[in-house]
Design a protein around this ligand. Structure first.
Ligand code: FE2
Ligand code: FE2
Length: 287
C-alpha cells in the first residue's frame, strides 16, 4: 500500500526525530545551517524515527535572498579562463551548489520514500553528511580565493529534475548512478584543469571529493542490487530515469572508467555509456 502523501507544503515531523532533522535541513533558508547543521539524532533506536511517516514529496528547499537562483544555467568557466582566480571561485561555487542540492535531496529522498528499508533511509542521511563536508571543503577554497557562498547566481537544476523520480530505485539511479557517476567523470577533468591553471590546492580538493564520491556511487549500485532492480546496461539505467532524462546527458567526457568500475558499476553499462557517441557517429558497418 502506498503511504499517504502529506499536505502541500508538508507538515513538520515531530521534534527530535531524524525526519525532523532532515525536514529542517531542507527547509532552512540559512546558508550557515546548510554548511553546519546540528548533529544528527542517533539512528539506532526506534524513538529516533517518526512512526508511520507520510511521504513528504512536495518538500522544497529554503533559499536565502542572498543566494540568487536563475532559470538558466550560468556559464561554467573552463580551460584558460581558470587562470583568473575569480573564475576559479565561480567554478568552485557551482560545485558547492551541486553539493548543497545533493545534501538536500538525500534528505528529501529519506522523507519521500518512506517505505524504503530503514537502512537505506539512514544511509541517505550519512551521505548527506558527506555532502555537507564537501560543501565545507569548497567553501574553504572559495574563501581562500576571496569569495563567499552566494557571491554568484545558481541554478537549482537537480531540484528541477530529481523530485520527478517515482521510486527509491529511480532516485538511486538518477542521483547515485547518473549524477554522482557523472561527477566521477567531471571531477577528474576539472581537477586536471585546476592543476593546469596553477591551483594545486583547488585541484587537490576536487580530486579528493571525486574520490569520495566513488563510495556514493557504490552505495546506489549496491542498494539497487539489494532491492532486486536490474542494472546491467544502458537500457536498464534509462528505464529508471524520469523522462526526458537520458544517461548520456549525465555523463562526462572522458568517462572515468576505472572509478566507475571501482564503484561497482557493471562493465557492460560502463562500456555502453562510453561507446554511445561512437555508436551514433560511426558509419554503418553494412546495409
Ligand atoms: Fe559530494
Ligand atoms: Fe555524493
Amino acid at each position: 500500500m502506498t503511504p499517504p502523501v502529506d499536505m502541500d507544503p508538508p507538515i513538520a515531523p515531530p521534534a527530535g526525530t531524524l525526519e525532523r532533522w532532515a525536514f529542517d535541513y531542507v527547509t532552512s533558508a540559512s546558508l550557515d545551517d546548510k554548511l553546519s547543521p546540528p548533529p544528527l539524532p542517533r539512528s539506532d533506536h526506534d524513538e529516533a524515527w517518526e512512526p508511520s511517516p507520510p511521504s513528504r514529496r512536495t518538500l522544497r528547499p529554503g533559499r536565502p535572498p542572498t543566494l540568487v537562483c536563475v532559470p538558466k544555467k550560468p556559464k561554467t568557466p573552463t580551460g584558460r579562463a581558470l587562470l583568473d582566480p575569480a573564475k576559479r571561485a565561480r567554478l568552485l561555487h557551482v560545485f558547492l551548489h551541486h553539493e548543497l542540492q545533493a545534501a538536500e535531496l538525500f534528505a528529501w529522498a529519506m522523507l519521500t520514500f518512506v517505505e524504503a528499508p530503514r537502512a537505506l533511509r539512514a544511509g541517505w542521511l550519512k551521505l548527506l553528511l558527506d555532502e555537507v563536508r564537501h560543501m565545507r571543503l569548497y567553501d574553504g577554497e572559495l574563501r581562500r580565493l576571496g569569495a563567499r557562498f552566494g557571491d554568484f547566481p545558481v541554478r537549482d537544476w537537480f531540484w528541477e529534475r530529481v523530485p520527478a523520480c517515482p521510486s527509491a530505485a529511480s532516485f538511486l539511479a538518477l542521483v547515485g548512478v547518473g549524477l554522482e557517476g557523472g561527477n566521477l567523470d567531471h571531477g577528474a577533468r576539472f581537477a586536471a584543469m585546476l592543476e593546469e591553471a596553477g591551483d594545486p590546492e583547488a585541484a587537490a580538493v576536487e580530486r579528493r571529493i571525486a574520490f569520495e564520491e566513488i563510495a556514493h556511487v557504490r552505495f546506489a549500485v549496491q542498494w539497487l542490487d539489494k532491492l532486486g532492480v536490474p542494472l546491467e546496461g544502458l537500457a536498464d539505467l534509462e528505464a529508471l530515469l524520469p523522462p526526458p532524462l537520458s544517461p548520456i546527458v549525465l555523463r562526462g567526457r572522458p568517462l572515468a572508467r576505472e572509478a566507475r568500475l571501482d564503484a561497482g558499476v557493471p562493465l557492460r553499462l560502463v562500456e555502453e555509456l562510453d561507446r554511445y557517441e561512437e555508436t551514433l557517429r560511426a558509419p554503418r558497418a553494412s546495409g
